[in-house]
Design a binder for this molecule. Structure first.
Ligand code: BES
Ligand code: ZN
Length: 616
């Protein structure tokens, strides 16, 4: 597959001037030029240096030379380049361009003759955004350090020099040296190891060698690695749960449905193309809920609730095996193609496995969150086909690509019927497998599949206009309506000890907490705490909603729990609103600053960079 086929319009000359070279890549978040020289395979040979908190070694890149006179241009961010060599072992000249903020620096390599591969010898720089090294105290076991990577959106360039654009697909293999007793995992189909390579001496710690190979062409943001004290539990032939030993039993119980989920998804979206589907539960510093690294979803331990009530996140990350990993957003302006499709697919899996009522409840909670968020976002941030010119991809990150995106597909479903939409969706995935797609391509495909659709809905408004179109299908949930009734009774003065909450599930408690009126005050909070023990709830979503409320209502009894939460959990989705809520008052802000100073070294760069904006 050539880069030309990734940009059919460009290949057809529609974007280029008549006979001239192909246009510059449409990805504004990569400094690379895959239109000139295209990287097709990356071979890593890396040492994990826990002491120096860096990775160092060699990346060998296999190339397709499109413009034979052009240099190879790669993305790097903070990388320390030591040398570049050709396949013959000879040095190649290279230069690093000017630093362009978080886009990093272009590494330009002069190719010689018919060079078809080059090796870059390098190490990652200080504070590499993709890497998070944890000290033992940040792990459950408390004895060993931990390392994980987070590539999406444009962080891979901070640990591997490559063309860091989702429009470029590569296969990869890796040889990783890591301290003995630690396990290394990667987002690769085949995982071999460990092989001992070095017996320890006074100066050299014993090392093991681990080998990996990913045969499917993936975008660079899906290259991922984790290393720590890890154990696994087989759920089925193709699914295993990985976690620290002390977390494994609860993780395995929580995610026992994973094989059933894969089978359900295959029924809905077509065969699973990636071989294994394993889950890796990381330490709580992990900045996201989940990350769909192929063959190995990365997860926050905050999804372990004890009652499988947060497993929609597995449905979500699994669904990315089709939307995102098989068919990938061509640029970060098409991010909704990854996330909106995935939230829609997640809903379909949840509905089939756990019933319509649960799917509706989760859909309505998402709707409520989206409504809230829309109030705070700037109009340009609420457009699906977002214009990120001059912005980091993270600036486009919100509930919009996720939930407005999913509502768009639900609206299409409403118009054409599920029976008609399903095969079209399956065809989108199969025809686009291992390729990257733009919003424009989806628009064309959709309108070709359903020529009459425009008579029923305004596809252009959905994709290009800000806000939520008035025909957005609002889910209805009887379970949440019952909660609203109880909230009403409470507002009318009924004591909370008389709340009719028998059998309420997580989603209902969330609706309840989010629906409590502003200004109920610390006394009412104390009463709620007494009756329902929210402050000691083991469900992270409920605890988060409670802590946020506690800050808002000045309920100081929750202070200690709040501080503990903020200093152990690194998930940005929880941290941002809690710190924001704290910063809403001068006293809260002073407290936030103290906690943040203490907690920041334990946060991943993704969370820290977002949070820094609150404390400028
Ligand atoms: N791919 C995303 C996480 C992501 C997005 C990382 C953009 C970096 C940049 C992942 O699939 C995701 O959406 N995670 C959600 C959970 C989901 C259930 C909505 C999260 O982390 O909250
Ligand atoms: Zn996602």
């Amino acid at each position: 597959m050539s880069y030309r086929s990734l940009f059919p319009l460009a290949a057809a000359g529609l974007l280029a001037c008549a006979q001239g070279p192909l246009p510059a890549p449409v990805d504004a978040h990569s400094l690379s030029r895959p239109d000139q020289v295209l990287v097709q395979h990356v071979s890593l040979d890396l040492n994990l240096d826990f002491e120096g908190q860096r990775v160092h070694g060699r990346a060998t890149l296999e190339l397709e030379r499109i413009d034979t006179g052009a240099p190879l241009i790669l993305d790097t961010h903070g990388l320390v380049i030591e040398a570049v060599r050709g396949a013959d072992g000879g040095e190649r000249q290279w230069t690093l361009g000017k630093e362009q903020g978080r886009l990093g620096r272009a590494l330009s390599i002069q190719l010689i003759g018919d060079d078809a591969a080059v090796s870059v010898l390098y190490s990652s720089g200080e504070g590499a955004e993709a890497l998070q090294f944890l000290v033992p105290s940040q792990t459950d076991g408390g004895q060993q350090p931990f390392l994980f990577t987070q590539g999406q959106a444009i962080l891979t360039r901070s640990w591997i020099p490559l063309q860091d654009s989702p429009a470029v697909r590569i296969t990869y293999d890796a040889t990783i040296r890591a301290p003995r007793d630690l396990t290394v995992l990667m987002s690769a189909g085949s995982r071999n190891g460990p092989t001992p390579v070095l017996e320890g001496s006074k100066d050299v710690a014993p090392t093991d060698l681990w080998r990996f190979r990913m045969e499917n062409a993936i975008p660079s943001y899906l290259i991922a690695l984790a290393c720590g004290e890890l154990a696994s539990h087989d759920v089925s032939e193709r699914c295993a749960i990985w976690a620290e030993p002390g977390v494994l039993a609860s993780a395995a119980a929580e995610f026992a449905d994973v094989e059933r989920m894969v089978q359900c998804a295959e029924g809905l979206f077509g065969a699973y193309q990636w071989g294994r589907y394993d889950l890796l539960v990381l330490p709580p510093a992990f900045p996201y809920g989940g990350m769909e690294n192929p063959t190995l979803t990365f997860l926050t331990p905050t999804t372990i609730a004890g009652d499988q009530s947060l497993v929609s996140i597995i449905a979500h990350e699994l669904a990315h095996s089709w939307s995102g990993n098989l068919v990938t957003n061509a640029t970060w302006e098409d991010f909704w193609l990854n996330e909106g499709f995935t939230v829609y697919c997640e809903g379909r899996i949840m509905e089939e496995l756990y019933g319509q009522e649960r799917a509706n409840m989760e859909g309505l909670l998402a709707w409520q969150n989206l409504e809230q968020e829309l109030k705070a976002l700037e109009p340009w941030q609420t457009v699906l086909n977002i214009d990120l010119a001059g912005h980091h991809p993270d600036d486009g990150f919100s509930g919009v690509p996720y939930n407005k995106g999913a509502l768009f597909l639900k609206r299409v479903e409403e118009c054409v019927g599920r029976e008609a939409l399903d095969p079209v969706l399956e065809e989108w995935f199969s025809a686009g497998s291992f390729q990257s797609r733009s919003t424009q391509e989806w628009r064309t495909y959709l309108l070709e599949a359903f020529p009459d659709l425009s008579a029923q809905m305004d596809v252009g408004e959905w994709l290009d206009a800000p806000g939520l179109p008035s025909d957005a299908p609002r889910p209805e949930s009887d379970a949440l309506t019952r909660v609203d009734g109880e909230l009403q009774r409470l507002a009318e003065g009924s004591p909370c000890s008389e709340l009719n909450s028998d059998g309420w599930v997580t989603g209902q408690w969330l609706r309840f907490l989010n629906g409590l009126p502003v200004g109920i005050g610390a006394k009412a909070m104390a009463e709620l705490d007494l009756n329902f023990g929210f402050g000691v709830n083991g469900n992270s979503e409920i605890l988060f909603a409670w802590l946020r409320l506690a800050i808002r209502e000045g309920y100081s009894k929750a202070d200690e729990r709040l501080e503990e939460f903020l200093t152990t959990v690194g998930r940005r989705k929880f941290l941002m609103p809690l710190y924001e809520e704290l910063c809403a008052t001068p006293e809260g802000r002073a407290r936030a600053e103290i906690i943040y100073r203490k907690a920041r070294p334990g946060y991943h760069a993704v969370s820290a960079i977002s949070l820094d904006s609150l404390f400028d």
